[in-house]
Ligand binder design. Structure first.
Ligand code: MG
Length: 393
């Protein structure tokens, strides 16, 4: 049995999103293992208030300052401290009482709070892949200096991490990231030109937020995961492969130097990798549905179609260039996904814009934090301008 002292005290950045709410489901099942210290949300004040009343964390942050009064009025009487603004995220993660920070923010917004949490020596459960895509070199260097562990929450990276448990210093020959292929697998460019936002938002296997669902449909999600894997596991680009596995049962694989391949399998359920990261090194008992091979007599694997879905190749290219190239790709991608969700550009135009911006943007080979921030801001403006110009022609 655990005592009050050895409960893990966690901060959940992005507690109202898909990962955040599933993390709280994990907490609900293990009240003796976890204590919620901090919850944060971007805009969903109603759900943040509900969560604050239920979990009674030390502190909540609502990033959208216009919603501060509403959250304060509801939670201050309950003894929950309330802060607002993006800057508050970077300070609350440094609170003394926090052991682990789950970063489940969307996109680039995760970079700075993650840096601040690592500086304060907090363990990281990383659900925000963009943080490592943008600033992987800086984040992993800082984590090493501070002796901070980064536990992956992304299902593929959790699978690889689970395959590496107990392997100590056995070198990895390569890793194989599995990809579902998304809702448009098998389509040609003609068909993709006509796909709608509603179709792109229907992922065959995973229930996720809008940004990652669109990225999955365009294979950019897998591209970002390739870069994330490079930094998490210290790999060279040529050690990372992607295979399409439409059933999403094999979550990823590791090949060792003796030719053995280890894989982690299970039903597609994000609560499993979330719980593994939050509870590591323990495998906490769960009542989640079990995988049965007889329900899946055919597990299939195929090569990704990178001629049709160019984003995966663009991500490999950005990774090989290094420096701020992945930061450029990520910033431009956040803009094009937003434009696609607003139905201002088509599905194929997303890759067209990304290719152009990646090729034409100024690039820093050895960036520091300021360079990433400047690059991100410049590329967003440039991408907007490029789209507006293109659409007005
Ligand atoms: Mg994933």
């Amino acid at each position: 049995m655990r005592t009050e002292q050895n409960k893990r005290h966690i901060a959940i950045l992005g507690s109202t999103g898909s990962i955040g709410t599933q993390a709280l489901e994990v907490v609900d099942r293990h009240p003796d293992a976890f204590e919620v210290e901090v919850l944060t949300a971007q805009n969903n004040a109603d759900l943040l208030i509900k969560q604050g009343a239920k979990y009674r964390p030390n502190t909540v942050v609502i990033a959208n300052e216009a919603l501060y009064d509403k959250v304060f009025d509801a939670l201050d009487p309950l003894g929950v401290k309330v802060y607002a603004g993006a800057g508050a995220l970077s300070s609350v993660v440094q609170m003394e009482s926090i052991d682990m920070v789950l970063t489940a923010l969307v996109g680039y917004s995760g970079v700075l709070p993650t840096v601040r949490a690592i500086e304060a020596g907090k363990a990281i459960a990383l659900a925000n892949k963009e943080t490592l895509v943008v600033a992987g070199e800086l984040i992993t260097r800082l984590a090493m200096e501070k002796g901070v562990n980064i536990y992956p929450v992304d299902s593929e990276h959790s699978a690889i991490f689970q395959c590496l448990v107990g392997e100590f210093h056995n070198p990895v020959e390569k890793i194989i990231l599995t990809a579902s292929g998304g809702p448009f697998r098998g389509m040609n460019r003609g068909q993709l030109a006509a796909v709608t936002k509603a179709q792109a938002l229907k992922h065959p296997n995973w229930e996720m937020g809008a940004k990652v669902t669109i990225d999955s449909a365009s294979l950019m999600n897998k591209g970002l995961e390739v870069i994330e894997a490079k930094w998490l596991f210290g790999l060279k680009p040529e050690q990372i492969e992607v295979v399409v596995h439409p059933q999403s049962i094999v979550h990823s694989l590791v090949q060792f130097e003796d030719s053995s391949v280890k894989a982690q399998l299970g039903l597609p359920d994000m609560r499993v990798p979330i719980q593994f990261a939050l509870g590591y090194p323990e495998r906490l008992k769960s009542d989640f549905p079990r995988f049965n091979f007889l329900d899946y007599p055919n597990l299939t694997f195929e090569r990704p179609d990178t001629k049709t879905f160019r984003n995966l190749e663009l991500a490999f290219e950005a990774m090989r260039r290094g420096g701020t190239a992945p930061c450029i790709l990520n910033a431009a991608n956040e803009v094009v996904v937003d434009k696609f969700l607003k139905e201002e550009i088509g599905f194929l135009e997303m890759s067209d814009v990304l290719e152009e911006i990646l090729d034409k943007s100024a690039f820093v080979q050895h960036p520091e934090l300021d360079d990433y921030m400047a690059t991100d801001a410049e590329v967003r403006i440039k991408t907007e301008e490029f789209i507006n110009y293109k659409l007005n022609v």
